[in-house]
Ligand binder design. Structure first.
Ligand code: ADP
Length: 650
């Protein structure tokens, strides 16, 4: 539904040099959605605008490191709230980095983020279903001002420039930008409050909101207050927040609510985080961190461009957002801040990449987050389930990319299984293993339903062995990264060579019974030798081998993977974007105890070259494909053959 409009189509040139431009289509859309979804929570606009002001002060502080001129003597970074009852305006003022003409038009005229259009669509969808959470994750930012204002004027002057500009809009379709004036660099966001929003001019209300939402902002937030003295009205500014970075305060002095507000300030999330870890490390290196695991996924979680969520500070000075070096990609759902005492202020990306300091911090960050997740899993299993369903597939990537953490990640894995309702951990699985079971069995497929009825698991089920079900695309390589868990190897139940105690490697443990079975199998193999050969000839194009199965009890056939092979559903998935993927032939297994297979054997003996042998073998192969959820090479042929069979029943 989002239609792209030209980025900034000039609609009119005002007489005073004001240039009116249309918002990008997404902006109008996001604006109307913001207004509709958040109207019962209008007060968040103040938190959003104060956050923007604080970010602008951070940026100026950061740029001053290289350009000291940007912080001249006497410069004191601050945010001011200026209520004006007569004009019915509330101004959020800062002396931060400011914006020039282009930045005003670009930053406030577009939603300056990738994926906005997708987001707007998702949001509209979510809204129809009555969910408002999404909006918070995108960070409505500046536009939330329109929750309370009919018009917003932004007067801004970029640090280092003498020119100021006025951006103005009623938040409907267009905005204008024209030359203006401002005493010093920074930005004033002037909200022309709607008539029913005049409470936001009240001192007590502003104090309360700042205390609730923005107390931890590292800069003074000053409220302009009116004083009547000797019949004269005077204004003065009074700081109304504590202005110390939250993560530098001792844990015991921070309430849950303050943590929560800080989290919302950082992330714009609508809901509280699922968990947090706040730590300070002192020793050869000093750093502190305050990290959160969100409850909701950011809308671009799975996109390769999705941002990391950890901000880097050096001695309380903001250095950068999304510091990838502090956090591996498989923890990209984590949000928070890290503050180092040891990095230089002018730290560059390159320096971060091979800094020992960063490596130490990163290790610590990973450890803390995995411990936090372990704690949630243990103490709040329901919350952990929420986490797992949302971020589990991201965490699993860690097994592949950072196998050194596989023991800890292994403990955090959860899967559906052939036995239990709900999710199982590997430890629970091991605890429930019957005597004689040595390995952890898993099966991969396109859906739980398909796996539940998969013929591959018949023998395992018969023995009472539980099988973990993996239906997530990343499971394939994640599980290869894990390899084993607590000394138990992980075995793919869909792979050839699945032998529940009869293969040579476990022969040492094989009892008499197993010995007998092996003999049976050898007998089967020779009895069926010519059938196997005939099947191979008929299906040569499709399968690499036809053999007698040890895993089937009820079904006549199934297709298994060669060792380390790619499950059929993943092969199809990969082929959909990589067409030249070589075809991987699988192995057809026949159940020697099944009457159908026995019938085939007899048929092959009596009419080795007959057409009905070919038809039956092909139909069996088609059945094997159907039970695993694969498409048939020739569905019409299969349907015709089934119809014929049904007819023949009379
Ligand atoms: P976000 O802050 O989440 O990026 P916003 O819509 O709130 O999104 O703001 C868009 C952009 O406008 C910001 O990224 C920033 O570049 C600029 N901006 C907003 N407020 C200010 C301000 N007070 N000072 C300087 N730049 C600002």
């Amino acid at each position: 539904m989002a239609q792209d409009s030209p980025q900034q189509s000039t609609a009119a040139e005002g007489g005073s040099g004001a240039k009116t431009q249309k918002f990008k289509a997404e902006v109008s859309q996001v604006l109307s959605l913001v207004i509709n979804s958040l109207y019962s929570n209008k007060e968040i606009f103040l938190r959003e605008l104060i956050s923007n002001a604080a970010d602008a002060l951070d940026k100026r502080r950061f740029e001053s490191i290289e350009k000291p001129k940007l912080s001249p003597e006497g410069y004191a970074a601050k945010i001011r709230l200026i209520p004006d009852a007569e004009a019915k305006t509330l101004t959020v003022w800062d002396n931060g980095i400011g914006m020039g003409r282009t930045a005003l038009a670009k930053d406030l005229g577009t939603v300056a983020r990738s994926g906005t259009k997708e987001f707007a669509q998702k949001l509209a969808q979510a809204q129809k279903q009555g969910e408002v959470n999404l909006i918070g994750q995108f960070g409505v930012g500046f536009y939330s001002g329109y929750l309370v204002a009919d018009r917003i004027d932004v007067v801004s002057r970029a640090a280092g420039s003498n020119d100021a500009h006025l951006w103005s809009s009623d938040g409907k379709e267009s905005f204008s930008v024209e030359a203006s004036e401002r005493d010093e660099a920074g930005t004033s966001v002037v909200l022309h409050l709607a008539d029913d929003q005049l409470d936001f001019l009240e001192e007590y209300k502003l104090r309360e909101l700042v205390r609730r939402y923005s107390d931890f902002i590292d800069y003074p937030i000053e409220l302009r207050v009116k004083r009547e003295e000797d019949g004269e009205t005077a204004y003065e500014y009074e700081a109304i927040n504590r202005a110390s970075a939250l993560w530098t305060r001792p844990k015991s002095e921070i309430s849950d609510e303050q943590y929560e507000e800080f989290y919302k300030h950082l992330t714009h999330d609508w809901e509280p985080a699922l968990g947090r870890t706040h730590f300070a490390v002192e020793g050869t290196q000093m750093f502190s961190g305050l990290l959160f695991v969100p409850k909701n996924p950011p809308f671009d979680l799975l996109s390769p461009e999705s941002k990391h969520g950890v901000r880097l500070y050096v001695r309380r000075v903001f250095i950068m957002d999304d510091c990838e070096e502090l956090l591996p990609r498989w923890l990209r759902f984590v949000r928070g801040v890290v503050d180092s005492d040891d990095l230089p202020l002018n730290v560059s990306r390159e320096l971060l990449q091979d800094s020992v300091v960063v490596r130490t911090i990163r290790k610590q960050v990973i450890r803390r987050v995995l411990d936090l997740l372990g704690e949630i899993a243990e103490q709040r299993p329901d919350d952990y389930q929420t986490f797992w369903q949302t971020f589990g597939s991201v965490l699993k990537e860690g097994l592949h990319f950072d196998p050194s953490h596989k023991d800890k990640i292994g403990k955090l894995l959860r899967y559906h299984s052939s036995r239990a309702e709900g999710l199982r951990s590997l430890s629970q699985y091991i605890e429930a293993m019957p005597e004689g079971q040595e390995s952890i069995y898993y099966a991969q497929g396109p859906s739980l339903k398909m796996l539940e009825t998969s013929p591959h698991l018949e023998q395992l089920r018969k023995r009472g062995y539980e099988v973990l079900f993996m239906v997530d695309g990343v499971d394939q390589w994640a599980i290869e990264g894990l390899g084993e868990f607590e000394g138990k190897s992980l075995v793919n139940a869909m792979e050839a060579g699945l032998d529940l105690g009869r293969e040579p490697e476990v022969e040492g443990e094989a009892g008499e019974d197993d010995g007998e079975k092996k003999e049976d199998k050898d007998k089967d193999a020779s009895r069926f030798a010519s059938l196997l050969e005939a099947c191979q000839k008929i299906l040569d194009e499709h399968v690499s081998e036809v053999r007698i199965s040890a895993r089937l009890t009820d079904s006549p056939v199934c297709l298994v993977l060669p060792k380390g092979g790619l499950p059929a559903h993943l092969e199809r998935l990969i082929r959909s974007y990589q067409q030249d993927l070589p075809v991987q032939k699988r192995i057809l297994e026949l159940n020697p105890d099944h009457p159908l297979v026995e019938r085939l054997r007899a048929l092959q003996e009596s009419e080795p070259e007959g057409e009905s042998l070919r038809t039956d073998v092909e139909m069996l192969y088609d059945q094997a494909l159907l039970t695993e959820g694969s498409p048939l090479p020739d569905p019409a042929r299969f349907a015709a053959r089934v119809a014929k069979l049904m007819e023949s029943r009379g």
